[in-house]
Design a protein around this ligand. Structure first.
Ligand SMILES: Cc1ncc(COP(=O)(O)O)c(C=O)c1O
Length: 276
């Protein structure tokens, strides 16, 4: 009985961990630690989030004492530096990764009647973002080796309603963006990358989030660069980024959205501005 349940655990582990990752966790005897084998890691994992009191606490006090807590210099400096660091033309900071995805989808013109191809293995926010803009999520199954969306299964799910692919770089690993972009180009589809879990992950020295039309990031507490709650959209498309900016600031015209006095494009926006 006990042996059976252990075997069950072994199967569950094997099914939920990629074969090559599992192989890397095996000890000399080939027995995983969960089945009584020798543990590879004996120390506790460090707590998260981590911060440097000397640097980070001083920055927080500086903002606090400035009295300027709404979007201003700190946010714009972050946007500039993040865009530079990942090699994107523009970055817009927003309140969280979920709303980064919603804004990017909405400002890519995705809405009711559209289908968006997405992997089922992701955090619920990815699917919710598609539903929030009124579109239909259509699942494309994962590659068992990488856990990412399987590019070879994408084309079978494309219909006349398909408007976009939303690959998720899950667990910090990059989805196969080279292949995904080839398919998107062939079928004239928009690509919005969910890079919420994959800050600075890269393929051939190109950072994830910069392959598609737009990339979305999260700074939620458990993420690579945590600050509680925050998110970011990156893109090289100025007009798209201006629309995202307008949308995140009540629809007020911004950049190319600004026209003659009184004729700027006012959209049905919302408020997603990030605090300092
Ligand atoms: C893959 C993925 N997409 C989207 C999100 C949403 O980000 P946030 O929590 O900042 O809204 C998260 C994290 O929570 C995530 O892991």
């Amino acid at each position: 009985m006990k042996q059976n349940s252990l075997a069950g655990i072994g199967t569950a582990v094997a099914m939920s961990v990629s074969p090559s990752i599992l192989a890397g966790c095996m000890t000399d005897t080939g027995t995983p630690a969960i089945l009584g084998g020798q543990k590879i890691r004996t120390k506790e994992w460090p707590g998260w989030p981590m911060w440097d009191p000397a640097v980070d606490e001083e920055q927080i006090i500086k903002v606090l004492r400035s009295g300027v807590w709404s979007r201003a210099n700190v946010v714009t400096e972050f946007e500039k530096k993040w865009a530079e660091m990942i090699g994107s033309k523009r970055c817009l900071a927003v309140v969280n990764g979920t709303n980064a995805l919603i804004a990017a989808l909405a400002q890519s013109g995705i809405g009711g009647g559209d289908e968006v191809l997405v992997p089922p293995y992701t955090f619920i926010a990815t699917t919710i973002a598609i539903l929030q803009v009124g579109a239909m999520p259509v699942f494309v199954d994962t590659d068992q080796e990488t856990f990412q969306i399987d590019p070879e299964k994408i084309e079978a799910k494309i219909t006349p309603r398909t408007k976009a692919i939303l690959p998720v770089h899950i667990l910090g690993l990059p989805a196969d963006m080279v292949r995904i972009m080839e398919i998107a180009k062939k079928h004239d589809l928009i690509v919005i990358e969910d890079a919420c879990q994959a800050w600075l992950a890269e393929i051939n020295h190109k950072k994830v989030g910069t392959f598609g039309n737009a990339g979305c990031f999260s700074c939620q507490n458990s993420k690579n660069i945590p600050i509680g709650e925050a998110g970011a959209i990156v893109s090289d498309d100025d007009e798209f980024m201006d629309r995202c900016f307008s949308y995140h600031n009540y629809g007020n015209p911004y950049g190319t959205m600004v026209g003659e006095v009184g004729s700027g494009t006012i959209m049905a926006g919302t408020k997603l501005r990030l605090k300092e």
